[in-house]
Design a binder for this molecule. Structure first.
Ligand SMILES: [Zn+2]
Length: 102
């Protein structure tokens, strides 16, 4: 689905399905922040409660965890958003509305 890390290919390299219609825009980063926040914040609270590490340890640990989770999840979340747009026939994925153009 992706030509580069987050660049959606114009079409599927397996079946040729056109993908350039997608309008994922800000949704993937929004959902990714939502997911990562709900993972990291509870972990911060648990680690602080159990071990109460020094603030620089918190800073180094959670910066690394947050960046790693964000970069790991973003492609999957963007793929899910584009897949949902495809499944709901949103934007240019509505072929019936564009049949006379082709
Ligand atoms: Zn395909």
């Amino acid at each position: 689905m992706f030509g580069k890390y987050l660049k959606v290919a114009d079409s599927c390299n397996l079946c040729g399905e056109e993908l350039h219609h997608h309008r994922a825009d800000d949704a993937p980063p929004y959902f990714t922040m939502f997911i990562v926040g709900h993972i990291v914040i509870p972990l911060v609270l648990v680690v602080e409660k159990l071990w109460a590490p020094a603030l620089p340890v918190h800073f180094a640990l959670w910066t690394a965890v947050t960046l790693a989770l964000t970069f790991a999840l973003m492609p999957a979340v963007k793929g899910a958003v584009v897949g949902l747009q495809w499944a709901l026939r949103m934007h240019g994925f509505d072929y019936a509305a564009h049949q006379d153009e082709a």
